[in-house]
Design a protein around this ligand. Structure first.
Ligand code: URA
Ligand code: CA
Length: 408
């Protein structure tokens, strides 16, 4: 009855009250309503825009479905969130970079879903790294090291965990109100003073283009403001993988190598520098270009790399991966002709890699790409190296090759 009324209001574009949405969200989170009971609410929001007021009520209700952290014992803190992409490993660099500059971050991260990678899965490639540490321990680590990367604890926005899983299962992820409430309920419950949002658009993101990404960005800023938090949005092109590697362990190795070797042209490192500089500038009230110079310095002098090692050790991880070189790939695919890369099927690339890692319960499979959009490629140049289970190398290689689109 209650759910029917709510759905009817959404469909007729009548604003619901906080009490109305909160009662339903609360009962769904507690298990009083099943997925099947709750799904019509998600479908109604997916199909019909809700007003900013209703979006705020929805977000607040999801935020209040669990614990709201008080980060004041840590002093001023910053948080960042990416709306999800392919080969996006920025968190693992940003947290140690900022820690070197005394900009503190308690980073709660998720797992791989659909075509997107998960920071926690990548962190666990440092053998032994514990992502599920108690919050009290995490606070100690932030005080001691300047930052901590861990899994989003069960009691942060539990409503989002259920709703996101349901959306993932029913293909109802790519909706602005649903994404805005999902991201901001978690960020506001985590309790940092400053939030930097990295909104991705393009084939490898939930938002197809910059225009829709900007609408999402504005909604999230509105939600932060209503909660008296400072938020800034940057927009990131996801028409191709952000880095060159796709696959949990390969991505982890890529970011470790980048932190140890400053390359101002590398697109993944450029994204790390931009986001770190923005976080630091907002935290310390300094101009962006000064913050950026400081960020570049701690990468060049390897302090950020050393800080990452400290953070990994403190959470039980071994440091072997820092010294490791890539294994011999299962297959190296070369260009058959001179060609120019026109586009990537980025989402599909992410999906293929996630699918076979899931199937084999592995994190080792994936692809190293060598080209970016617009690159002129000579016959015989490498297109990609593939790490795949023995029996499926040819089939997966064919699927991956199909994700490269060339000018004819
Ligand atoms: N990331 C989130 O946390 N939630 C979404 O709905 C989409 C991306
Ligand atoms: Ca090239």
């Amino acid at each position: 009855m209650e759910i029917n009324n709510l759905v009817e209001k959404i469909e007729k574009h009548i604003d619901f009250t906080y009490e109305e949405i909160n009662s339903v969200i609360k009962k769904y989170t507690m298990g009083e309503y099943s997925d099947q009971d709750f799904l019509p609410v998600i479908k109604a929001i997916y199909k019909n825009d809700i007003s900013d007021k209703c979006l705020y009520y929805l977000t607040n209700s999801m935020k209040n479905s669990g614990a709201v952290l008080d980060q004041t014992p840590l002093g001023k803190t910053v948080d960042k969130h990416s709306t999800g992409g392919v080969s996006d490993t920025t968190t693992i660099a940003i947290v140690p970079i900022l820690a070197c500059l005394n900009t503190k971050m308690l980073k709660l991260s998720g797992r791989s879903l659909g075509f997107t990678g998960g920071t926690c899965d990548k962190l666990e490639c440092f053998e032994g790294y514990k992502t599920d540490i108690p919050l009290q321990k995490a606070f100690e680590l932030v005080k001691e090291n300047g930052g901590c990367m861990m899994t989003s604890t069960a009691d942060i926005a539990p409503a989002d965990k259920k709703i996101y899983a349901l959306r993932d299962k029913t293909n109802l992820v790519d909706n602005i109100s649903l994404i805005a409430s999902s991201v901001m309920s978690k960020k506001l419950a985590t309790g940092a003073n400053i939030i930097v949002l990295d909104v991705k658009y393009g084939d490898g993101a939930f938002m197809p283009d910059k225009k829709s990404a900007k609408i999402l960005g504005k909604k999230m800023i509105m939600l932060a403001k209503k909660d008296n938090k400072k938020a800034k949005v940057v927009y990131g092109d996801m028409s191709q993988p952000l880095g060159y590697n796709v696959g949990t362990k390969l991505e982890c190795m890529e970011i470790v190598k980048l932190l140890g070797h400053y390359d101002k042209h590398n697109p993944l490192l450029k994204a790390c520098i931009k986001l770190s500089a923005l976080c630091h500038a907002l935290d310390k009230h300094i101009p962006y270009f000064i913050a950026k110079a400081k960020v570049v310095k701690v990468i060049k002098n390897k302090r950020a790399l050393e800080k990452l090692k400290t953070m990994v050790s403190c959470q039980g991880g071994k440091l072997d991966l820092f010294e490791q070189n890539y294994d011999k790939p299962s297959l190296v695919k070369l260009a058959q002709n001179d060609c120019i890369l026109k586009a990537f099927k980025t989402k599909e690339l992410g999906e293929i890699v996630n699918t076979f890692n899931h199937k084999y319960k592995s994190n080792e499979y994936g692809v190293i790409t060598y080209q970016k959009i617009g690159d002129k490629i000579k016959k015989g140049e490498k297109l990609f190296s593939l790490y795949a289970p023995h029996d499926e190398v040819e089939e997966i290689s064919r699927q991956i090759f199909d994700c490269f689109i060339f000018h004819s």
